[in-house]
Structures are given as structure tokens and as C-alpha cells.
Design a protein around this ligand. Structure first.
Ligand code: ADP
Length: 205
């Protein structure tokens, strides 16, 4: 029979709260929302950050186009309505992870202030940490990691952010990373210095 370890874990009358889950995981959950052009470095940086956080003993979840558009949002395209619904669902999913005490890294172009505002409202401004990965369109196009810029230039991708659809830089991000001429390692270390103190649990409930 399963042993109940009530003497270690606090017991709650009703639902097990987010606070209790954060206590269990010994971390404070936040949503780290990476915004920036395609190819700016969001996923690269977030993956490295996640690896370091894991090594520090933190529980994380990374949401990006690869795992979200392939599954939960596989019925959505890139029209303004679909972009909005895409972000709404991502933010709702991130909030569920947050309520589970999990540090959630979200990597989405989220090109307009309106979309990022929507995400911040759903998640709650206190838990929403906006990180602007600031790489110029010229550099992103030069990198062209997925060949998308070349396609967009040929007119094969309509409404491609930075080419035929706007990107509004965040007015007041919590943190900004400039990647040009800098190593991934440098960018990751800089971000970690900012993030890690925000994720520390005080150790008591
Ligand atoms: P995004 O997720 O923003 O679309 P990716 O992370 O998929 O972008 O791609 C960014 C590309 O830029 C990668 O090929 C990465 O190796 C490269 N890159 C070069 N310098 C940096 C840097 N300082 N930080 C992050 N990525 C960098």
C-alpha cells in the first residue's frame, strides 16, 4: 500500500495549491515569454537556459512552434484571427503549467504588442516575464535557419513577419538580449543572471 507522507508535505483541505506545488519543487514558477523575429535565437537560448535550470534542479516546460503547432494548435494558420487564437491557447496552456508550479519557457514570434498583451493578461502580469530577443531582420535573414526568409522573399509565404508582416518591438520588456556578434553562451549566461533570482523559492510555505 502507498505510504502517505503527511509528516513531510503540508496537507490542504481542498485543492493542492500552486503554492504547495512550488514548495514541493522548491522553485517559484514564472512564464518566460521570448519574443523576437523568426531566427532571432528564441528557441536556441531557451533550450540552453532550460538545460542549465534542469541541472540546477528546476522543473521546466518549453513551448515553441514545433511542439504547439504540431499538436494542440494544428488547426491554426497565420491569419490575424488564427495568430490571436494561437497565442490565446499557448497562454492558457502556459497558465496551466504555471498553476502546477512549473517554470514555463514560451518561444513565439508574437509580433504585436496586442498579442503579447493578450498573453500577459491571461497569464497575469506578475508571472509574465517578457524577454525580447533583439536580432535585426538583416541578421535573421542572413541566418535563415529554416529557409523561411528565402521563401518569403519569393512570395511563397504570405504575411511573413519582418518581410510582409510587421514586428512591433516590445516597448518595455523585462529583459532584452542582443544576439548579434555575441555567442549563444554569452547571451544565455546574461539571461540566467537575471532569471535565476526570480525563480528561487524561499523554502517555507
Ligand atoms: P527562433 O527560435 O527565434 O526562430 P532559432 O533559435 O531557431 O530562432 O535560431 C537562431 C539561430 O541563430 C540558430 O541557428 C543559432 O545558432 C544562431 N545564433 C547565432 N548567434 C546566436 C546567439 N548569440 N544567440 C542565439 N542564437 C544565435
Amino acid at each position: 500500500m502507498m505510504k502517505i507522507v503527511r509528516h513531510i508535505y503540508p496537507v490542504f483541505d481542498q485543492l493542492v495549491s500552486r503554492d504547495s506545488k512550488e514548495w514541493l519543487l522548491q522553485q517559484r514558477a514564472r512564464v518566460i515569454w521570448f519574443t523576437g523575429l523568426s531566427g532571432s535565437g528564441k528557441t536556441t537560448i531557451a533550450r540552453d537556459v532550460e538545460k542549465v535550470l534542469y541541472e540546477m534542479g528546476h522543473m521546466t516546460m518549453l513551448l515553441d512552434g514545433d511542439n504547439v503547432r504540431a499538436g494542440i494548435n494544428n488547426n491554426l494558420g497565420f491569419s490575424p484571427d488564427d495568430r490571436c487564437e494561437n497565442i490565446r491557447r499557448i497562454a492558457e496552456a502556459a497558465k496551466l503549467f504555471l498553476d502546477c508550479g512549473i517554470i514555463t519557457l514560451c518561444c513565439f514570434v508574437s509580433p504585436t504588442e496586442e498579442l503579447r498583451q493578450l498573453a500577459a493578461e491571461i497569464i497575469g502580469p506578475k508571472d509574465f516575464i517578457e524577454v525580447y530577443v533583439n536580432t535585426s531582420i538583416e541578421e535573421c535573414e542572413r541566418r535563415d535557419v529554416k529557409g523561411l526568409y528565402a521563401k518569403a522573399r519569393k512570395g511563397e509565404i504570405p504575411d511573413f513577419t519582418g518581410i510582409s508582416a510587421p514586428f512591433e518591438p516590445p516597448a518595455n520588456p523585462a529583459f532584452e538580449i542582443k544576439t548579434e556578434g555575441r555567442s549563444e553562451e554569452e547571451c544565455v549566461q546574461e539571461l540566467l543572471k537575471f532569471l535565476v533570482p526570480l525563480l528561487q523559492h524561499e523554502g517555507v510555505l
